[in-house]
Design a protein around this ligand. Structure first.
Ligand SMILES: Cc1cc2nc3c(=O)[nH]c(=O)nc-3n(C[C@H](O)[C@H](O)[C@H](O)COP(=O)(O)OP(=O)(O)OC[C@H]3O[C@@H](n4cnc5c(N)ncnc54)[C@H](O)[C@@H]3O)c2cc1C
Length: 463
């Protein structure tokens, strides 16, 4: 990663808006820039843009969408901000959290109406894990792969060029102003491209073990289950230029990575009434209070594994999830008529499991603070073995409400923007501030804000 002097640059060509990274953030930024009348080019290090977006469950939280209104869900930026600040214990940047709250709903409406990206409220996701409103939105395929395919198709329809196999490795800049970028091809050749402004959408640093060791040492030995190409390139370049970094220990973890299949189990299994036990058959947490911090809790269990236990009703209710269907197909789910048989086949202590199920306080709240409002689990039973993992880093470049990178004094760089995993998210510090859907919400909303920024728009109009 290098900062090069703009005075020494000779660019093969120049574009008004350059987006680095072709995930959810970069593609939404490109669509927004296009709609703002700017010529835009996306560069992407891989042969095909996929990113962590393609691995995700594709569910994003958003406030104030037209679809929420259609379903009678009252939600807005104030409620969203209050949820974020409560979940992060006040550590999230309120300016960015408010911007995401205010613009996420309109961003979804714009993608639907203007670009035929079919995102709708998921009425199967009740408010949970810190969301006080029903606000998870999904595409019809209910997966990140479907979401990225829809965004790519929209970029294709808008005739936005995406230059693949081009990795951002350097910035040309003088006096805090970016003049262009250096890209490196897989054969080692370099190409320099000029730009009037640059949007960093190269995600976080989950794939960079040295950075994880430095910033999130507690998860250095945990499995990383995100896009390997996310090496923190944009974050490092922005920081070299003088951009401030924040919340670098923040990450999205999950204690629901099916093992050994490597498919993430949707938290809905727990919301619907499932529980998580260790190999002794014992629960070890309130499964619903910290979707992200549950990853570290699972890692702390004997053998670093856990089992999600649920029943036929939950199995049927969740069978609309493509990842779950896939997990069943690859044999990652155990099905048994009795609890004893389930314990035997899963390798869980049968006595511990029986005691655990018998002591679930249906209609009441347990000692961890989980309220069991639904039905008791009943045979036949199901079990899926899961591991804890780190999915995505949430710290990064500090930005303002217009997604401009700012320095340590809060001064924005005039033409450098960041969003998604490259920017500080809305999760505050550590793992526990992560709200479900916040990764894609930040990526797409900040991409939208950065993309539509032009000098003629004031910050108020943008965010
Ligand atoms: C298993 C899993 C499940 C998840 N589920 C959810 C979910 O349901 N809801 C949610 O909100 N979030 C979820 N997340 C988090 C979510 O995926 C991310 O927050 C989001 O995808 C980030 O978007 P992005 O555009 O910043 O990054 P990405 O989608 O990773 O895109 C970054 C792109 O930049 C490219 N790139 C990287 N470096 C360079 C470089 N130097 N030059 C050029 N290109 C580069 C990468 O190849 C990639 O294509 C999940 C993550 C994982 C791993």
């Amino acid at each position: 990663m290098t900062i090069l002097s703009a005075a020494k640059s000779t660019f093969g060509y120049s574009v008004p808006t350059l987006v680095a990274g072709g995930g959810a953030c970069g593609l939404v930024a490109a669509l927004a820039a296009h709609d703002a009348g700017q010529e835009v080019v996306v560069i992407e290090r891989d042969p095909l843009p996929r990113g962590s977006t393609s691995m995700s469950l594709g569910a994003l939280c958003a406030a104030g969408s037209a679809d929420q209104a259609r379903h009678g869900v009252e939600d807005n930026a104030d409620i969203f901000l209050a949820d974020v600040m409560a979940k992060t214990k006040g550590t999230a940047d309120p300016v960015v959290a408010r911007a995401v709250g205010a613009m996420s709903g309109p961003m979804i409406d714009w993608l639907r109406e203007r670009h035929d990206v079919l995102i709708a409220l998921d009425t199967n996701w009740p408010p949970a894990f810190g969301h006080s409103r029903m606000r998870m939105h999904v595409t019809p395929g209910r997966s990140g792969a479907d979401l990225i395919d829809q965004l790519l198709a929209a970029c294709d329809r808008a005739e936005i060029p995406i230059v693949t196999n081009a990795r951002l490795t350097g910035l040309f800049a003088d006096d805090r102003t970016v003049a262009g970028i250096r890209t490196e091809r897989p054969d080692g050749s370099v190409e320099d491209i000029g730009c009037d402004r640059l949007i960093l959408a190269t995600c976080g640093f989950g794939g960079n073990h040295a950075m994880i060791e430095r910033f999130i040492p507690a998860m250095a030995e945990a499995r990383y289950f995100g896009w390997e190409g996310n090496q923190g390139d944009g974050i490092r370049l922005g920081a070299e230029l003088g951009g401030a970094l924040a919340d670098m220990d923040a990450y999205q973890g999950l204690g629901l990575l099916a093992d050994p299949a490597g498919i993430d189990l949707n938290p809905r299994f727990l919301i619907e009434g499932g529980i998580q036990v260790n190999r002794d058959g014992l629960r070890f947490s309130n499964e619903l209070d910290d979707v992200s911090g549950q990853g570290a809790r699972v890692i702390a269990q004997p053998g670093s594994r856990s089992w999600v236990i649920y029943d036929q009703r939950i199995h049927a209710n969740c069978f609309d999830l493509p990842q779950y269907v896939q997990l069943c197909e690859v044999g990652g789910v155990i099905h048994a008529e009795s609890l004893a048989e389930l314990a035997d086949r899963a390798g869980i202590n049968p006595v511990g499991l029986a005691v655990t199920l018998a002591s679930i306080p249906i209609g009441e709240t347990d000692s961890w603070g989980r309220s069991f409002t639904g039905l008791a689990l009943a045979p036949p039973f199901y079990a899926a073995r899961v591991a804890g993992a780190i999915f995505h880093t949430q710290g990064g470049l500090t930005i303002d409400a217009a997604a401009r990178v700012v320095d340590a004094h809060g001064q924005p760089f005039p033409n450098l923007f960041a969003g998604g995993g490259a920017a500080r998210g809305i999760s505050g510090r550590g793992a526990s501030g992560y709200l479900p859907g916040a990764g894609l919400a930040s990526a797409m909303t900040l991409g939208h804000i950065a993309g539509k920024f032009t000098q003629s728009l004031t910050e108020k109009e943008v965010g």
